[in-house]
Ligand binder design. Structure first.
Ligand SMILES: [Zn+2]
Length: 258
Protein backbone atom coordinates (compact mmCIF):
# COMPACT_ATOMS: atom_id res chain seq x y z
CA UNK A 1 0.00 0.00 0.00
CA UNK A 2 1.29 3.39 -0.93
CA UNK A 3 1.87 6.07 1.70
CA UNK A 4 -1.20 8.35 1.57
CA UNK A 5 0.55 11.70 1.83
CA UNK A 6 3.91 12.52 0.27
CA UNK A 7 6.25 13.41 3.18
CA UNK A 8 7.83 16.35 1.35
CA UNK A 9 4.60 17.86 0.03
CA UNK A 10 2.53 20.46 1.86
CA UNK A 11 -0.55 18.57 3.01
CA UNK A 12 -3.75 20.46 2.16
CA UNK A 13 -6.58 17.93 2.21
CA UNK A 14 -9.71 19.10 0.46
CA UNK A 15 -12.94 18.57 2.37
CA UNK A 16 -15.31 19.14 -0.54
CA UNK A 17 -16.81 16.09 -2.18
CA UNK A 18 -14.50 16.43 -5.19
CA UNK A 19 -12.72 13.09 -4.90
CA UNK A 20 -13.60 9.48 -4.22
CA UNK A 21 -12.39 7.32 -1.34
CA UNK A 22 -10.23 4.49 -2.66
CA UNK A 23 -9.62 3.53 -6.28
CA UNK A 24 -12.27 0.90 -6.86
CA UNK A 25 -9.52 -1.64 -6.33
CA UNK A 26 -7.53 -0.56 -9.37
CA UNK A 27 -3.72 -0.36 -9.14
CA UNK A 28 -2.09 2.90 -10.25
CA UNK A 29 -0.46 2.46 -13.64
CA UNK A 30 0.38 6.01 -14.74
CA UNK A 31 1.11 9.56 -13.65
CA UNK A 32 -0.79 12.24 -15.56
CA UNK A 33 0.70 15.72 -15.93
CA UNK A 34 -1.51 18.83 -16.09
CA UNK A 35 -1.18 22.59 -16.31
CA UNK A 36 -3.24 24.54 -13.78
CA UNK A 37 -3.82 27.51 -16.12
CA UNK A 38 -3.48 29.64 -13.02
CA UNK A 39 -1.37 30.35 -9.96
CA UNK A 40 -0.64 27.91 -7.15
CA UNK A 41 -2.61 29.85 -4.47
CA UNK A 42 -5.77 29.48 -6.55
CA UNK A 43 -5.59 25.72 -6.88
CA UNK A 44 -6.62 24.60 -3.39
CA UNK A 45 -9.71 26.88 -3.22
CA UNK A 46 -10.82 25.60 -6.63
CA UNK A 47 -10.49 21.95 -5.68
CA UNK A 48 -12.13 22.63 -2.32
CA UNK A 49 -15.11 24.36 -3.97
CA UNK A 50 -18.05 21.94 -3.82
CA UNK A 51 -19.52 23.41 -7.02
CA UNK A 52 -16.46 22.54 -9.12
CA UNK A 53 -16.37 18.74 -8.95
CA UNK A 54 -12.67 18.71 -9.83
CA UNK A 55 -9.45 17.87 -8.03
CA UNK A 56 -5.91 16.62 -8.57
CA UNK A 57 -3.60 14.86 -6.16
CA UNK A 58 -0.82 17.45 -6.40
CA UNK A 59 0.13 20.87 -7.69
CA UNK A 60 3.71 22.07 -8.12
CA UNK A 61 4.54 25.78 -7.96
CA UNK A 62 7.07 27.59 -10.13
CA UNK A 63 9.22 27.93 -6.98
CA UNK A 64 9.24 24.17 -6.41
CA UNK A 65 6.54 24.07 -3.72
CA UNK A 66 4.55 20.84 -3.82
CA UNK A 67 1.00 20.83 -2.46
CA UNK A 68 -1.07 17.66 -2.02
CA UNK A 69 -4.86 17.76 -1.85
CA UNK A 70 -5.96 14.12 -2.10
CA UNK A 71 -4.35 10.93 -0.76
CA UNK A 72 -2.66 8.97 -3.54
CA UNK A 73 -4.75 5.99 -2.43
CA UNK A 74 -7.93 7.91 -3.26
CA UNK A 75 -9.32 8.92 -6.65
CA UNK A 76 -8.87 12.55 -7.67
CA UNK A 77 -11.13 13.99 -10.37
CA UNK A 78 -8.55 15.35 -12.81
CA UNK A 79 -8.71 13.32 -15.98
CA UNK A 80 -11.92 11.36 -15.91
CA UNK A 81 -13.76 9.75 -18.80
CA UNK A 82 -17.05 7.90 -18.95
CA UNK A 83 -17.46 4.80 -21.07
CA UNK A 84 -20.53 4.72 -23.26
CA UNK A 85 -21.05 0.98 -23.43
CA UNK A 86 -23.90 1.16 -25.89
CA UNK A 87 -21.83 2.95 -28.51
CA UNK A 88 -18.44 1.67 -27.32
CA UNK A 89 -16.90 5.10 -26.96
CA UNK A 90 -15.38 7.40 -24.36
CA UNK A 91 -17.22 10.53 -23.21
CA UNK A 92 -15.32 13.42 -21.60
CA UNK A 93 -16.66 15.47 -18.65
CA UNK A 94 -18.03 18.08 -21.07
CA UNK A 95 -20.02 15.32 -22.74
CA UNK A 96 -18.00 15.24 -25.94
CA UNK A 97 -17.05 12.00 -27.61
CA UNK A 98 -13.26 11.62 -27.37
CA UNK A 99 -10.77 9.24 -28.93
CA UNK A 100 -7.86 9.21 -26.49
CA UNK A 101 -4.38 8.43 -27.80
CA UNK A 102 -3.30 6.84 -24.51
CA UNK A 103 -3.31 3.14 -25.32
CA UNK A 104 -3.52 1.84 -21.75
CA UNK A 105 -7.10 2.88 -21.06
CA UNK A 106 -9.17 -0.10 -19.96
CA UNK A 107 -12.87 0.40 -20.75
CA UNK A 108 -15.15 0.78 -18.94
CA UNK A 109 -12.89 1.87 -16.05
CA UNK A 110 -12.64 5.60 -15.42
CA UNK A 111 -8.95 6.55 -15.88
CA UNK A 112 -9.08 8.52 -12.64
CA UNK A 113 -9.16 5.18 -10.80
CA UNK A 114 -5.70 4.17 -11.97
CA UNK A 115 -3.82 7.45 -12.35
CA UNK A 116 -2.09 9.97 -10.11
CA UNK A 117 -2.54 13.57 -11.27
CA UNK A 118 -0.02 16.39 -10.94
CA UNK A 119 -0.98 19.98 -11.73
CA UNK A 120 1.65 22.61 -12.51
CA UNK A 121 1.36 26.31 -11.82
CA UNK A 122 1.22 28.55 -14.88
CA UNK A 123 -0.15 28.61 -18.40
CA UNK A 124 0.20 26.00 -21.17
CA UNK A 125 2.83 27.98 -23.07
CA UNK A 126 5.06 28.45 -20.01
CA UNK A 127 8.34 26.61 -19.83
CA UNK A 128 8.80 24.93 -16.44
CA UNK A 129 11.26 26.66 -14.13
CA UNK A 130 14.21 24.53 -13.02
CA UNK A 131 12.74 24.51 -9.48
CA UNK A 132 9.49 23.16 -10.89
CA UNK A 133 11.33 20.56 -12.95
CA UNK A 134 13.33 19.37 -9.94
CA UNK A 135 10.27 19.21 -7.67
CA UNK A 136 8.33 17.33 -10.34
CA UNK A 137 11.19 14.84 -10.69
CA UNK A 138 11.42 14.33 -6.92
CA UNK A 139 7.67 13.74 -6.74
CA UNK A 140 7.66 11.38 -9.71
CA UNK A 141 10.46 9.33 -8.15
CA UNK A 142 8.52 9.10 -4.91
CA UNK A 143 5.43 7.99 -6.84
CA UNK A 144 7.45 5.40 -8.76
CA UNK A 145 8.52 3.95 -5.39
CA UNK A 146 4.94 3.92 -4.11
CA UNK A 147 3.43 2.25 -7.16
CA UNK A 148 6.41 0.42 -8.73
CA UNK A 149 6.23 2.55 -11.88
CA UNK A 150 8.91 2.63 -14.55
CA UNK A 151 8.41 5.80 -16.54
CA UNK A 152 7.81 5.47 -20.25
CA UNK A 153 6.67 8.60 -22.06
CA UNK A 154 3.02 8.42 -23.10
CA UNK A 155 2.52 5.05 -21.38
CA UNK A 156 3.22 5.38 -17.65
CA UNK A 157 3.81 9.14 -17.88
CA UNK A 158 0.92 10.73 -19.70
CA UNK A 159 -0.39 14.20 -20.54
CA UNK A 160 -4.02 15.10 -19.96
CA UNK A 161 -4.33 15.76 -23.73
CA UNK A 162 -3.74 12.05 -24.32
CA UNK A 163 -6.88 11.25 -22.33
CA UNK A 164 -9.07 14.20 -23.31
CA UNK A 165 -7.88 15.55 -26.67
CA UNK A 166 -11.09 17.52 -27.29
CA UNK A 167 -11.31 19.82 -24.27
CA UNK A 168 -7.71 19.55 -23.01
CA UNK A 169 -5.45 19.59 -26.09
CA UNK A 170 -3.08 22.06 -24.36
CA UNK A 171 -2.83 20.29 -21.01
CA UNK A 172 -0.05 20.26 -19.86
CA UNK A 173 1.26 22.22 -22.89
CA UNK A 174 3.82 22.02 -25.68
CA UNK A 175 6.97 22.68 -23.64
CA UNK A 176 6.90 19.70 -21.27
CA UNK A 177 10.15 17.76 -21.82
CA UNK A 178 8.80 14.21 -21.84
CA UNK A 179 11.96 12.50 -23.07
CA UNK A 180 14.16 14.42 -20.63
CA UNK A 181 11.92 13.54 -17.69
CA UNK A 182 11.89 9.81 -18.38
CA UNK A 183 15.66 9.73 -19.11
CA UNK A 184 16.46 11.64 -15.91
CA UNK A 185 14.21 9.36 -13.87
CA UNK A 186 15.85 6.26 -15.37
CA UNK A 187 19.35 7.63 -14.70
CA UNK A 188 18.52 8.35 -11.07
CA UNK A 189 16.81 5.01 -10.52
CA UNK A 190 19.79 3.15 -11.99
CA UNK A 191 22.23 5.20 -9.88
CA UNK A 192 20.29 4.39 -6.71
CA UNK A 193 21.12 0.72 -7.19
CA UNK A 194 24.86 1.41 -7.05
CA UNK A 195 27.04 1.63 -3.98
CA UNK A 196 28.02 5.25 -3.69
CA UNK A 197 31.31 6.66 -2.43
CA UNK A 198 30.83 7.02 1.32
CA UNK A 199 31.07 10.66 2.32
CA UNK A 200 31.54 11.47 5.96
CA UNK A 201 30.84 15.20 6.19
CA UNK A 202 32.10 15.24 9.80
CA UNK A 203 35.50 14.03 8.74
CA UNK A 204 38.51 16.33 9.19
CA UNK A 205 39.71 15.38 5.72
CA UNK A 206 36.41 16.18 4.07
CA UNK A 207 36.08 19.54 5.80
CA UNK A 208 39.65 20.47 4.93
CA UNK A 209 39.21 19.48 1.29
CA UNK A 210 35.99 21.43 1.07
CA UNK A 211 37.62 24.55 2.56
CA UNK A 212 40.50 24.23 0.05
CA UNK A 213 38.12 23.66 -2.87
CA UNK A 214 39.73 20.36 -3.75
CA UNK A 215 36.58 18.89 -5.24
CA UNK A 216 34.92 15.62 -4.39
CA UNK A 217 36.44 12.48 -2.84
CA UNK A 218 37.50 9.89 -5.38
CA UNK A 219 38.35 7.20 -2.84
CA UNK A 220 37.25 6.22 0.61
CA UNK A 221 39.59 7.19 3.44
CA UNK A 222 42.65 4.92 3.66
CA UNK A 223 45.38 4.36 6.22
CA UNK A 224 49.12 4.34 5.68
CA UNK A 225 52.21 4.55 7.87
CA UNK A 226 55.25 6.74 7.58
CA UNK A 227 58.09 7.25 10.06
CA UNK A 228 56.38 4.99 12.58
CA UNK A 229 53.17 7.08 12.58
CA UNK A 230 49.79 6.12 11.20
CA UNK A 231 48.07 8.52 8.80
CA UNK A 232 44.64 8.71 7.21
CA UNK A 233 44.49 9.84 3.60
CA UNK A 234 41.89 10.43 0.93
CA UNK A 235 42.14 11.30 -2.75
CA UNK A 236 40.12 14.28 -4.02
CA UNK A 237 39.74 15.61 -7.55
CA UNK A 238 42.49 18.17 -7.09
CA UNK A 239 44.71 16.75 -4.38
CA UNK A 240 45.57 14.11 -1.82
CA UNK A 241 44.58 15.07 1.70
CA UNK A 242 46.08 13.36 4.75
CA UNK A 243 46.50 13.72 8.48
CA UNK A 244 48.43 11.99 11.23
CA UNK A 245 46.01 9.96 13.36
CA UNK A 246 45.14 11.91 16.48
CA UNK A 247 46.53 15.14 15.09
CA UNK A 248 43.22 15.97 13.39
CA UNK A 249 43.73 19.73 13.39
CA UNK A 250 46.80 19.47 11.17
CA UNK A 251 45.48 18.25 7.87
CA UNK A 252 47.98 18.39 5.03
CA UNK A 253 47.53 18.12 1.34
CA UNK A 254 49.51 17.84 -1.85
CA UNK A 255 48.67 18.13 -5.51
CA UNK A 256 48.12 14.84 -7.22
CA UNK A 257 51.22 13.91 -9.20
CA UNK A 258 50.30 14.03 -12.87
ZN1 LIG B 1 -5.44 18.76 -17.25
Amino acid sequence: MAIDWCPFATKRPIVADNFMKGRNGRPVKAVVLHIAAGNLPGVFPTFNDPTRGASAHFCIGKNGTIEQYVSVNDTAFANGLRWDAQNQQWICPHNNIVQPSWQDLTPPDNPNWYTVSIEHEGMPQDKWTSDMYDANMRLQLWLSDQFQLTYVAHRTLVGHFEIDPVDKPSCPGPNVEWDRIVADAAAIQAARKLTWMPINTDSALYNFAEAQNLGYPQTDEYEFTSGGATYVGQVYNLGIVFVKKGDWGNVLWMKKPM
